[in-house]
Design a protein around this ligand. Structure first.
Ligand SMILES: C[S@@+](CC[C@H](N)C(=O)[O-])C[C@H]1O[C@@H](n2cnc3c(N)ncnc32)[C@H](O)[C@@H]1O
Length: 331
């Protein structure tokens, strides 16, 4: 699977798999994951929460001293210079590009006087009341210069959305309007730790990813040796690895290759199919709808397993991908 920030890998460990290889082309994602894994290996759930619940602690140095013996050499060097990101001044969740994106969203909300409405909207239990609050928020948000936020390459770059992903959605403004309505009105964001982090700056005791829940700590810690982490692209990893895999969790990263004028996408699929066990499952998501993004040989050699739309509407926390695709390798 793609490492990304590692939460997904921890989630899959709860299923007690035989092993998981986490691969990411961006070593910083792996360093972040290594820090979280180090906190598990150190076996003190309080220290894990101390760093990652709010991303802010005055004890960041002493936590690092405790945990650094469990880190890989390159990630220890990385964190030694950056552990102050967890200081109470700014906090970890306001760092780097995602932090800047969150800061921009929050700047707009504050400037437009929407802060208290957003806070109400997130915790409101009644669907009817959420509808009413959202109508006011939506009206103010989609007025003036802020209505163009989703058109700016710079802003989307901060959110990690590359140009070719953006260009695949015909009317991004309308698309984001519908997405936010579904998330904040229909689903309700009370338990949505993903958007809560963006808008309120941290997790809470009740609203946080599985890996920060005390009840999962021992299970994840006992399984942690099943994880292996690789700084590599999926294609190069599969090219060098001799293993066969029963599951591939690819997130949205193929969108970055679609229509970029190279054969990277085809190459990756050749390697995925070469390295898959019979009936292997491949899960990914995309801003594109339908299977026409896939090379023909993939469509021929796999079968699409339908995922219930209602299930997705109710459970997708990110909410910004129109397609979630599950394929099964034919033989
Ligand atoms: C941040 S995730 C996007 C997650 C997205 N929000 C989601 O939930 O689907 C994309 C990750 O894929 C990684 N990535 C992109 N292209 C890759 C490739 N060819 N091989 C391995 N990792 C890749 C990026 O470094 C990043 O960590």
């Amino acid at each position: 699977m793609i490492t990304s920030a590692g939460e997904n890998a921890f989630d899959y460990l709860l299923d007690k798999p035989n092993s998981i290889d986490c691969v990411d082309i961006n070593p910083y994602q792996n360093y972040l994951f290594d820090l979280k894994c180090g906190l598990y290996k150190n076996n003190q759930s309080e220290l894990l929460s101390e760093l990652f619940l709010t991303g802010k602690t005055s004890h960041y140095r002493s936590v690092f001293q405790e945990v650094k013996r469990y880190l890989k050499e390159d990630s220890e060097i990385f964190w030694d210079h950056r552990i102050h990101w967890f200081s109470t001044n700014k906090g970890f969740y306001n760092q780097a590009l995602t932090g800047k994106f969150a800061a921009l969203l929050n700047f707009i909300l504050d400037k437009k006087g929407l802060r208290s409405k957003i806070e109400q909207l997130i915790v409101e239990e009644s669907l009817q009341k959420r509808k009413e609050i959202f109508s006011t928020v939506e009206h103010t948000l989609w007025k003036g210069i802020s209505k163009n936020i989703w058109k700016s390459d710079f802003v989307l770059g901060l959110a990690g959305i590359p140009n070719n992903q953006k260009e695949s959605v015909a009317d991004l403004n309308n698309y984001m309007r519908r997405t936010l309505r579904n998330l904040f009105v229909n689903q309700g964001a009370k338990d949505n730790y993903f958007w809560r982090l963006y808008l309120l700056g941290g997790y809470t005791y009740d609203c946080k990813p599985n890996y920060l829940h005390e009840i999962h700590f021992n299970t994840i810690r006992d399984q942690i040796s099943k994880l292996k982490v690789y700084n590599n692209s999926i294609t190069d990893h599969l090219n060098t690895s001799k293993k066969k895999y029963s599951h591939f969790i690819l997130l949205d990263h193929q969108d970055w290759m679609i229509g970029n004028g190279t054969n990277e996408l085809e190459n990756e699929w050749v390697n995925i199919l070469r390295r898959s066990t019979p009936k292997a499952k491949i899960l990914f998501r995309s801003v594109h709808t339908g299977l026409d993004i896939l090379p023909d040989f993939v469509v021929k050699k796999t079968t699409r397993i339908p995922i219930d739309e209602n299930y997705l509407n109710e459970n997708d926390r990110v909410g910004t991908y129109p397609s979630t695709l599950l394929l099964e390798v034919n033989v």
